[in-house]
Design a protein around this ligand. Structure first.
Ligand code: ADP
Ligand code: MG
Length: 369
């Protein structure tokens, strides 16, 4: 990865660790540079340490060791309200006894801004989230989505250099969530503010982010732009957490530079990209995306060719997922756009299939966790 210019970095975690009980490290050794203006997402399963990391950045938790810098200056001893950071959480936490406009004015008044300036800023913030006519309402008079837009406006109204969002859309239904994802992304693009966003939803992370840091058990597994994360997962955890994935267990047979040969349980050989493998004889997990598997005649040009027995079709409107029995597995999935589906294909049929070497990755065997 290219060396990040020091003056492009807004936030820097340096060797940050966090333990709540003095024994277990919830955040193990966090080293992370967040660039000015970037939309960075912390993605990981529940309990992986995302919120803890965000809370340390916000100043509500103290690192057990290590340092956090904001704009080149250590903030370990700077209280939350002096960090110039806006925040949005899942439960909107608007003041219920204040109108929308009063909620938005609050962070400005506490900063000692004049009444005229406050009024002007509030007006602009309302317009930014398309709630111009709602200034006089109370939070209880708004829908969940509208309340979340107010929370967003309130986090941005004092024009902080950094905004933190922790699962801000978690309480919204799917359609509204997807709408708000785009809205937040567009606001980010317009304002150029730096955003650190937390979610356990990989689709949300891929849609919104410039870069995604994948968390697991208090450690970053990989940090990369969405496309790279999806196409070039560095280990089994990332490959399985992001997107769908066929996994086949095998043993490393030989390894030559970027490529390797893996032997499957019944002796079949697969030629794969050697991404995260040990020595010949070691266990490996092969990872193949369902959309990369080619069926019938399309498989003829593939280096890795097998056959599969069709077990089930699952229709999803625009595409179909076909479950097959392949190489001893009964849960091997192939994804096909409806337009490419062979209408003659039926359950029980045995079809040739295959995948290219560049679409199968040999990774560490996934632990049971
Ligand atoms: N205030 C706290 N005191 C003790 N343990 C905590 C506290 N906050 C979080 N934890 C623990 O730290 C781990 C990581 O939690 P958290 O950072 O909230 O993860 P995430 O946001 O990824 O779900 C969990 O096991 C959780 O129980
Ligand atoms: Mg959390």
């Amino acid at each position: 990865m290219a060396e990040t210019q020091a003056n492009d970095v807004l936030v820097s975690f340096r060797g940050v660790q966090k333990s709540y009980d003095g024994e277990t490290l919830i955040v193990k050794d966090l080293n992370l540079d967040i660039r000015k203006g970037e939309f960075l997402t912390l993605l990981g399963p529940s309990g992986s340490g995302k919120t803890t990391s965000l809370m340390m950045l916000a100043g509500f938790e103290t690192p057990t060791s290590g340092e956090i810098q904001l704009a080149g200056r250590s903030i370990n001893n700077v209280p939350p309200h002096k960090r110039d950071i806006g925040m949005v959480f899942q439960n909107y936490a608007l003041f219920p006894h204040m109108t929308v406009a009063e909620n938005l004015a609050f962070p400005l008044s506490v900063r000692g801004m004049s009444k005229t300036d406050v009024a002007e800023r509030v007006k602009r913030a309302l317009s930014m989230v398309q709630l111009d006519a709602f200034g006089g309402r109370y939070p209880a008079q708004l829908s969940g989505g509208q309340q979340q837009r107010v929370a967003l406006a309130r986090a941005l109204v004092f024009e902080p250099q950094l905004v933190l969002m922790d699962e801000p859309l978690g309480a919204l239904d799917k359609q509204l969530r997807e709408h708000m994802q785009m809205e937040i992304k567009h606001i980010h693009q317009r304002l150029g503010v730096t955003v650190v966003y937390v979610t356990h939803d990989q689709g949300e992370a891929l849609t919104m982010s410039d870069r995604v840091a994948v968390f697991h058990q208090g450690e970053i597994q990989q940090i990369a732009p969405p496309h790279e994360l999806y196409e070039h997962p560095r280990n089994s955890f990332v490959a399985n957490f992001i997107g769908e994935n066929n996994r086949i267990a095998g043993q490393l047979h030989s390894h030559d530079g970027e490529r390797c040969v893996v032997t499957l349980a019944r002796g079949e050989k697969v030629e794969a990209l050697a991404v995260n493998v040990g020595q010949p004889g070691d266990a490996v997990s092969l990872s193949i995306r369902p959309e990369r598997v080619r069926l019938n005649g399309h498989s003829e040009s593939c280096v890795n060719r097998f056959s599969g027995r069709v077990a089930e079709f699952i229709y999803l409107g625009d595409h179909v997922r076909i479950r097959l029995e392949v190489c001893g597995r009964t849960d091997f999935f192939v994804k096909q756009p409806i337009a490419e589906l062979d209408p003659a294909l039926g359950v029980g049929d045995v079809v040739p299939l295959g995948w290219a070497v560049e679409h199968v990755r040999a990774l560490d065997p996934l632990s049971a966790a």
